[in-house]
Design a binder for this molecule. Sequence first.
Ligand code: BTN
Length: 231
Amino acid sequence: MIGKNIFKFKQLDSTNTFIKNNISKLKNGDLVVSKSQLKGKGRYNNKWVSEEGNLYFSFLLKEKINRNEIFGLIMKSSVSITSLLRVYNIQAKIKYPNDIVVNNRKISGILIESIGYNSIDQTIVGIGINVNQNNFGDIDKKATSIIKETKLRHNVEDVLKKFIQIYNSLNENSEIFQEYIEKSVVIGKEIIYKNKSYHIVKIVENGNIILRHDSEEILVERDDISFTDYY
Ligand code: BTN
């Protein structure tokens, strides 16, 4: 269960970094939320510009898991976000592995950082959801928010409360995988991998993907491929 303890801040460098710096004092499921972030982090060392009005939070899982189970967390978080957005009548999709998009524009991102490699003891799940931001400057064509989709402002704390409820109500079971696959936009799409064009055939339950070129099928590990430049 997450969010039994919630630590709220007006401004932090990054909610993920805050958890990392205080990891020994924090408990399993503790959640940190900040109104804005000065050094919000995205995947692949990107910045996550974090002005006030959107939701920026991270939670800590102090459970021993193996590396393959990280994808379970990605799926659970992604499916929780798409379900949350349905509450606002937004039909969001998942761009493998963990971008949440609406009509190809990103509305939410997830940054998972884990401590340990083969056997992971502690995992930080950081989530950004665009709520009340109307303009994204240079990336305006690539980004959206709840307000852009619905024309309505929403209380950021309510959005977080709903996320926590939904996340805690999901059990680790195959329904999450089914839902993740149903919401995924990548299956059937074309991608260049090692200078060769492939079609994405399947996402496997551990997060690896199967690509096909004519009759050749290859299995690619999740971290070996970046979809940033695609669709
Ligand atoms: C991505 O690149 O899509 C992941 C973005 C994750 C952003 C969130 S905002 C809350 C948490 N704190 C951070 O510094 N990053 C994550």
